[in-house]
Design a protein. Structure first.
Length: 158
């Protein structure tokens, strides 16, 4: 007779899966906006680095340029903005509203120094693009590799 393994916790699997979905849905990006516990929204952002600069792109549809603010202090980049809900007229009823309204802020500590005085920004089609040149000390420096023959020495020292 072959012993069979009984999974005593198997009947709890649907509960675990439901709890996993609940936690995942509560803390992940939904429909383009990251929802915080206090109900405020934060705009989705992508950040990348080239050898010469940092680029930050923020997706802010429906936000007017005058309602955006960008600050850099102590190595921290802050992007603030706000959107206002449209005014409902008499007789109008909202059936579904997935747009985020209100104030938002995103803050990032940049991993390298930048030359903030030479930073550029554009806002087009709801996308804020910030291009921030790296400070000279933050740029990668190449170290030449020499052989003993190139150095004019016949032996390597360690």
């Amino acid at each position: 007779m072959t012993p069979t393994r009984v999974n005593q916790l198997g009947e709890f699997t649907p509960l675990w899966e439901a709890m996993d979905r609940l936690i995942t849905d509560a803390f992940t990006t939904q429909r383009g906006w990251t929802t915080w516990a206090n109900g405020r929204q934060a705009l989705p952002v992508e950040m990348y680095e080239t050898p010469e600069e940092f680029v930050v792109r923020a997706y802010a549809p429906g936000v007017k340029p005058e309602d955006l603010s960008v600050e850099y202090e102590g190595g921290v980049l802050s992007i603030r903005g706000r959107t206002e809900a449209p005014e409902l007229k008499d007789g109008w009823r909202v059936h579904l509203s997935e747009f985020g309204y209100g104030e938002f802020v995103r803050q990032f500590r940049l991993p390298r120094s930048i030359e903030i005085d030479n930073a550029r920004s554009t806002f087009e089609h709801g996308i804020l693009t910030l291009v921030m040149p790296k400070a000279p000390e933050a740029k990668a420096k190449r170290i030449a590799i020499h052989t003993p023959a190139q150095l004019g020495s016949g032996s390597a020292t360690g």
